[in-house]
Design a protein around this ligand. Structure first.
Ligand code: IMP
Length: 184
């Protein structure tokens, strides 16, 4: 789905498909260089990271393995609950693995800092983070993602994997919804 198809729902398009792909190619080149000669495991965080994972891994030139985790920290609203639960755990044993967590967005960082601690306790060689988007609140988080796609303003965004009440994940762009859509 393109932003043109749902113009009535959107206040603004923040990132176009072309901008996203160009930035993913840059990050992938950096990751290829940083992990040269090592076996990298990409851990995608469901469901938001599905789209960025699919595009990002195809920009990489090196071999990688992939696995997925599902955690929940948000309900269908737009504010963080602070509660993190594992809904689906990894299939792969992380001992001695170089792990790169692929996350859709770093907001309060509650989800990611919990996830990093959890994965680090499993004996991997390294755990780093690639977050596609980062909001300003993330500066208060005691974790620094090694790779950041885009820094965005402190607004609720949808598209490119990110949802509001499970909708808009299939939007090609990253956009801000009109306040009426979520009843504000
Ligand atoms: P955090 O724990 O506050 O960093 O939030 C992380 C999770 O909240 C993300 O993985 C998203 O699923 C969700 N989230 C945070 N901000 C947004 C947003 O602007 N749009 C959609 N989902 C968001």
């Amino acid at each position: 789905m393109h932003s043109d198809h749902i113009n009535g729902d959107l206040a603004a398009v923040l990132l176009t498909d072309d901008q996203i792909q160009a930035r993913l190619a840059e990050v992938a080149a950096q990751v290829d260089a940083d992990y040269e000669g090592r076996d990298l495991l990409l851990v995608g965080v469901l469901k938001g990271a599905v789209i960025v994972m699919a595009d990002f891994m195809r920009h990489l030139r090196s071999h990688v393995s992939t696995d997925w985790m599902a955690v929940s920290s948000y309900g269908s609203g737009t504010t963080s609950s602070g509660v993190v639960r594992i809904l689906k755990d990894l299939d792969i044993d992380l001992v001695d693995c170089d792990v790169l967590i692929v996350e859709d967005i770093l907001d309060t960082g509650l989800t990611l800092s919990w996830l990093m601690n959890n994965l680090r306790s499993r004996g991997p060689a390294s755990v780093e983070v690639f977050t596609f988007l980062r909001k300003p609140e993330a500066v208060q988080v005691p974790i620094t993602p090694r790779y950041v796609g885009f820094d965005i303003p402190n607004e609720f965004v949808v598209g490119y994997g990110l949802d509001y009440a499970e909708r808009y994940r299939n939007l090609r762009e990253v956009a801000v919804l009109r306040p009426e859509v979520y009843g504000h």
